[in-house]
Design a protein around this ligand. Structure first.
Ligand SMILES: C[C@](O)(CO)[C@H](O)COP(=O)(O)OP(=O)(O)OC[C@H]1O[C@@H](n2ccc(N)nc2=O)[C@H](O)[C@@H]1O
Ligand SMILES: Nc1ncnc2c1ncn2[C@@H]1O[C@H](COP(=O)(O)OP(=O)(O)OP(=O)(O)O)[C@@H](O)[C@H]1O
Length: 286
């Protein structure tokens, strides 16, 4: 039997950092939502007690460093599953981009193996397992739109934001999430974006309200290291995006666009100097 799971990318509509914690993580307040740009996973049982990962791309690890591998090992260990699994990752989400590609693959693996092996693990338990793998994994288990607090693992579901186009652009630079958090001086953040105001805009179905309230305190850190990301943001705004923000720790920048007629102009304008550009829709739930 083969099981298929879709692993969508996330964007952060707002990301605030409150303070650095004793355990080295940062206390955050984030609003996350999914976009229709996804990896696809195919999973099947192997008779031998082994985990094998393959992918059509050559630039991700396929061993225990892969988050899908770690998710499979965690579920096998915790639920005493003797059989093995073969997982093929059809990667479409750019890697190390701030789009939680690896985290979403891990979450899809947890969901998929729960089905493949008939384990009946409740969703709250899947999220708790996800938290052992990474801060973004619990959100990726359920997807939708949510307020994430704690280190990102405490989730409060929110309604779908107003539907729109999302243009994503990633420059060919690598950003380490740990380094960005490490460079942040949480006591010196000049302007904290408001989760409450963003939630209000989402609940009122106000697209322009959402655009006005976009904010990410990690942006300044990444932009200081990579000024070309600021240039990318400016270009997206000049080309006509209604709201523009860096996702997560970057370097991907996304633009929210309400009018379909503007999307191709923005897409083509960005493609002039940036190879990785995607025009997708928000992935609404329900
Ligand atoms: C930037 C975001 O992607 C926004 O959604 C997340 O906050 C990071 O999520 P993630 O990549 O799943 O993060 P993890 O794999 O848990 O942690 C990577 C590293 O980021 C830092 N980290 C992460 C989350 C958090 N709340 N505080 C942190 O300081 C820690 O140094 C950690 O070692
Ligand atoms: N399944 C996977 N897909 C992509 N990268 C993976 C995977 N498993 C492990 N990695 C490794 O994880 C690192 C981060 O990749 P990923 O695409 O998850 O970053 P990200 O989008 O910035 O994540 P986040 O937004 O959660 O911080 C890469 O350097 C890659 O080598």
């Amino acid at each position: 039997m083969k099981i298929y799971e879709k692993a969508p990318a996330k964007i952060n509509l707002m990301l605030d950092v409150l303070h650095r914690r004793e355990d080295g993580y940062h206390e955050v307040e984030m609003i996350m939502t999914m976009v229709d740009l996804a990896d696809r996973l195919e999973m099947s049982t192997l008779p031998r007690d082994t985990i094998i990962i393959s992918s059509q791309v050559g630039y991700i690890p396929l061993d225990e460093k892969n988050l899908a591998f770690q998710a499979a090992r965690l579920i096998k260990d915790r639920y005493n599953v003797r059989s093995g699994v073969y997982i093929h990752l059809d990667k479409n989400i750019p890697v190390a981009a701030g789009l939680a590609g690896g985290s979403s693959d891990a979450a899809a693996t947890l969901r998929g193996l729960n089905r493949l092996w008939g384990l009946n693990i409740p969703v709250e338990e899947l999220k708790a397992l996800g938290a052992e793998l990474g801060s973004d994994v619990p959100f990726c288990v359920t997807g939708g739109t949510a307020l994430a607090t704690g280190r990102g693992e405490i989730l409060t579901p929110l309604p779908n934001p107003p539907q729109c186009w999302v243009v994503l652009a990633k420059l060919p630079i690598n950003v380490s999430t740990a380094e960005v958090y490490g460079r942040l001086r949480s006591s010196q953040i000049p302007n904290h974006p408001s989760a409450g105001a963003m939630i209000e805009a989402i609940e009122n179905g106000s697209f322009l309200g959402v655009c006005d309230r976009l904010g990410n305190v990690l942006e300044d850190v990444t932009l200081q290291m990579h000024p070309e990301v600021a240039h990318l943001k400016e270009s997206m705004l000049k080309l006509g995006a209604d709201g523009v923000l860096m996702s997560g720790s970057g370097p991907t920048v996304f633009g929210l666009v309400s009018k379909e007629s503007k999307v191709s102009r923005i897409y083509n304008g960005l493609r002039g100097f940036c190879k990785e550009v995607y025009a997708v829709r928000l992935l609404t739930k329900g």
